[in-house]
Design a protein around this ligand. Sequence first.
Ligand code: B16
Ligand code: MG
Length: 215
Amino acid sequence: MKAFIFDLDGVIVDTVQYHYESWVKLASSLGFQLNPIIQEKLKGISRMASLDLVLAQGGITATPEQKVEYAKQKNDWYLESLSSVNDNVVLPGVKEFLISTKEAKLKMAIGSASKNAKTILAKTSIYKSFDTIKDGNDVKNSKPDPEVFLKAAKSLKVKPSEAVVFEDSEKGIIAAKAGGFMCVGIGSSDVLTDADIVMEDLTHISAEMIVRLLS
Ligand code: B16
Ligand code: MG
C-alpha cells in the first residue's frame, strides 16, 4: 500500500449539511419543499447532477440558462454558509488519522466532486497535509465515474491497486471500485454496501490498522 485518497465532503470535512440546506433553500425559492429522502442521493455527485435531481423532485423543467442560474444561486448560498468556517469543520479523528498516515509513509490526496474543495481546505490547518488535490475542476466525468480518483493516483504516481479510497457516498464507492481501488466506506454499513470495509468515522483508527485490515 502506497497511498490514501480521501473524498472531502463527509470524510474530511463536515459540509454535507451546508450543501443540503442550500438545496432546501433553492427548492423553497422555486416553490416546493425538498423531501429529505433525497439527501443520501445528493452525496458525492456534481453540482449540476444534484440540481437535476432536485428539479426532478419538484417536477420543474428548466432551460439550460435557468439551470446555470439556479446552480449559481445554490453555490452562492453554500459559500455564504461557509463564510465563518475554520478547523471547526474538520471531522472528528481526521487530524490524528492524517498524522498516522504520514507516519506510515503513505502519500495523501483529495479526490472530491466539489469545485469548492480548495476554497474549503484553505480555511483549515490541514490544507498542506495533502500531496495533491483533485476536484470537480479537474474532471469531465463525475462520480460514479472513477476519473477523479484515477487522476489523484496518477498525480501521486501510484497504481489504483496500491491506493485506498475513503468515501462517504454510494456513488463515490462505486467510482473507487470501478477504478480498481480498495475502498473504506465512512458512515453506515447499511448504506455503503459495496465498500471493502466500513467505519463510522475516522476516530480510534490509524493508517496502520487500515493497511492491516485490507491486506
Ligand atoms: P460543489 P465530495 C461533493 O463533494 C458533495 O458530496 C456533493 O454533495 C456536491 O454536490 C459536490 O461535491 C459538488 O460540490 O457544488 O461544491 O462543486 O463528497 O465529492 O467531496
Ligand atoms: Mg463525500
